[in-house]
Design a protein. Structure first.
Length: 485
């Protein structure tokens, strides 16, 4: 007779076998997931534990070197900002970093794929296999995507440096200061600001960054050029054929006098400004005012104290509206008109408002804002600015800008009633320029008597107001531009 089996024995054993298989499957799944997490935290550790140990050792060593290098650089940069400025302005290092980030993205993604292979996905249950594929894909794309995005940002910075700055001659400080001429104008087809709309010298202390903004009116005439210059030879008794902003046009019509110049109009304008102020200009930057509004939008707007209604749209019937008084955060379009509006105003009031915009941009654009909007700022700046500042000097001026951010900015505008723009007193102008710089450096003698303040009190019209020329404009002549605005 056939043996009699105990009833229910097979039923009692099946759950035991199923439970053991399930536990083994879970162990394999946890192992596969652990290998992926290990690759995320310590690239190469999965290979070192369960794969090709040689590859694992190489990847882990490279990772540790990079982490240590990053931490050391971060710590050094926190103590020595110039190092950071050098790293973000050196195109060779930026190119190498971009290549390293792209290579790192590929290598790290390959390590994730290899970690998935080491986890033996074909031995996993179907639901575990799908989960492993999903997690591996997310980690792989996230890490590689982040590195590739970093490579893109580095590429944007490198392109910005290459397109904005050149390899021109480096000039040292003059009497301890760098004098940078800021020109503002509208760009047209094949030209940059043919007749500069505004002209301001930023005289920057080479050690402290303390800055004095010296503005010249575009309607100044009968002024001398720097002795020994091409323009001085042409006009030994002063420029009497046009205004100061017309020098660029005259030079553009006589380019044969500037055979080695890439920007005859700018060079001729510098000769005039050096002749007027007695300052030696180190570098220049031409700002496209139409492109300026894109920069303001890129940083999220700028907050300004609007002291009187500012017309928008042009002159007379072209005015389409007004920026109403009050402390307002303006977008690029309105900020541009705040700086440029002339309807019911004059050039001198506009010069005061432009200084207030410069001060606001200097103080309100924080490193955090710059990082968040980096790509937009780089794109807007490339389209907005043309300059002869060498790329090798960018880190120096970035450091000086950071120093200037925490200090007062002084201003001097060569406008009526101080200066008769039709017949300027050049010795007086040079004396006032020297006094403004000496005062900013703390070397000026104390005044014998108290005079009416150029700040916001004493009945003086403050920056952004129309006012009368006899009262003056505080933002045009102030020891602290921020308080005047």
């Amino acid at each position: 007779m056939p043996p009699v089996s105990s009833p229910g024995l097979h039923d009692r054993q099946s759950p035991t076998r199923f439970s053991t298989d399930e536990r083994a499957a879970r162990v394999r799944f946890r192992r596969a997931m652990a290998l992926m997490v290990m690759t995320l935290v310590l690239p190469g550790s999965a290979q070192l534990v369960a794969g090709n140990r040689r590859i694992g050792r190489i990847a882990l060593r490279v990772w540790l070197v990079l982490v240590v290098g990053f931490v050391v650089t971060l710590f050094a940069g926190a103590l020595w900002h110039e190092l950071v400025f050098y790293l973000v302005s050196n195109t060779l290092l930026l190119g190498l970093l971009r290549f390293a980030l792209m290579l790192g993205a590929i290598a790290w993604a390959a390590l994730f794929v290899d970690a998935w292979r080491i986890g033996q996905p074909l031995t996993l249950a179907m639901n575990h296999r799908r989960a492993a594929v999903g997690v591996n894909g997310v980690l792989c794309l996230s890490v590689a995507g982040s590195l590739l995005f970093g490579a893109h940002i580095v590429g944007v910075q490198r392109d910005f440096m290459l397109s904005m700055f050149g390899s021109g001659a480096v000039t040292g400080a003059h009497d301890g200061r760098f004098n940078v001429l800021l020109l503002g104008g509208d760009s047209g087809a094949g030209r940059w600001g043919l007749r500069p709309d505004s002209m301001t010298i930023a005289s920057i202390d080479a050690d402290t960054g303390r800055t004095v903004l010296i503005s010249l009116p575009r309607n100044m005439s009968n002024f001398p050029f720097a002795k020994g210059s091409v323009m001085h030879k042409q006009f030994p008794h002063g420029f009497d054929v046009d205004y100061l902003n017309g020098v660029s046009t005259w030079a553009g019509d006589h380019t044969d006098l500037f055979p080695h110049s890439k920007n005859p109009g700018v060079d001729a304008t510098i000769m005039g400004i050096e002749g007027i102020t007695g300052l030696k200009i180190n570098y220049w930057a031409m700002v496209n005012l139409e492109g300026f509004k894109d920069l303001v939008d890129a940083v999220g707007g700028v907050t300004l104290n609007v002291r009187s209604p500012i017309p928008v749209g042009g002159l007379g019937s072209d005015v389409t509206g007004y920026i109403q008084p009050g402390v307002r955060k303006l977008n690029g379009h309105d900020t541009l008109w705040f700086a440029r509006a002339r309807d019911g105003s004059d050039d001198y009031s506009r010069m005061a408002r432009q200084k207030c915009v410069m001060n606001a941009m200097l103080n309100q654009i924080s490193p955090q804002v710059a990082v968040r909007n980096f790509e937009k700022i780089a794109k807007a700046s490339s389209a907005m600015i043309s300059t002869n500042v060498p790329a090798s000097e960018v880190d120096r001026f970035m450091a000086l800008a950071l120093e200037a951010k925490g200090q007062k900015v002084s201003t001097l505008s060569l406008v009526p009633p101080l200066v008769n723009t039709a017949d300027p007193d050049i010795p007086l102008i040079r004396k006032k320029v020297a006094q403004a710089i000496d005062k900013a450096e703390g070397t000026a003698p104390k005044p014998a008597a108290h005079h009416k303040s150029s700040g916001s009190g004493g009945g003086v019209v403050t920056g952004g107001s129309v006012g009368s020329l006899s009262d003056g404009y505080a933002a045009n002549q102030a020891d602290d531009l921020e308080s005047a605005c």
